[in-house]
Design a protein. Structure first.
Length: 190
């Protein structure tokens, strides 16, 4: 069944080439499977790399970009559908609503903010969709260590680990999405 896969990722062109290769592979595989990429609408960084790979492989790309970033050289103008929002909060709401799954490639502050919010929304039972963090080259090791620290110190329940899946590869990411079945998540306050 075709899925709309929301991908959060970097908008920096200065990062290492190996990260671009992972983003391109993810885009290629999304298209090969007949899924749709939904992303932040940028042509730069891993965002652009993923979208271009989807198009090169014959897939569909939906971009959601705030009006302030809808600028030549920033926006991926060849999106099959481009949704322009007034701001970032509206952008995230559209992305959340239209997506069947969420995947985080390596990224900066914006990517962290997006993935943490979507995990929190799942924890609070606003959705039951799959979430994958692609830990390419150990990029998210520090964040994952912080998650473990929060659980050990009882700021979060051990059950929170079931809110997301950590993948090292694109293949693992897609296998998880294929096998995913929503689970009952315990009460946040237990």
């Amino acid at each position: 069944m075709e899925k709309v896969i929301c991908v959060y990722s970097s908008s920096s062109n200065r990062i290492g080439e190996a990260y671009f290769a992972v983003a391109a592979k993810l885009g290629q595989e999304i298209a090969r499977r007949g899924d749709t990429l939904l992303f932040g609408g940028g042509v730069v960084g891993l965002m652009g790399s993923t979208a271009k790979a989807v198009h090169r492989s014959g897939g569909k790309v939906v971009g959601v970009i705030p009006r302030a970033l809808n600028l030549p050289g920033i926006v991926y103008e060849t999106c099959d559908e481009l949704i322009v929002t007034e701001g970032l909060r509206e952008r995230k709401a559209v992305m959340d609503e239209r997506s069947d799954a969420f995947v985080a490639l390596p990224g900066g502050y914006g990517t962290l903010e997006e993935i943490l919010e979507i995990i929190t929304l799942k924890q609070l039972k606003y959705h039951t969709k799959p979430i994958v963090i692609i830990n390419a080259f150990g990029f998210y090791d520090g964040l994952l260590n912080q998650f473990d620290r929060m659980i050990r110190a009882e700021f979060a329940s051990p059950a929170c680990c079931s809110l997301y899946h950590v993948a090292d590869t694109v293949e693992d990411t897609l296998a998880y999405l294929d096998a995913y079945r929503p689970q009952e998540i315990g009460n946040k306050w237990d």
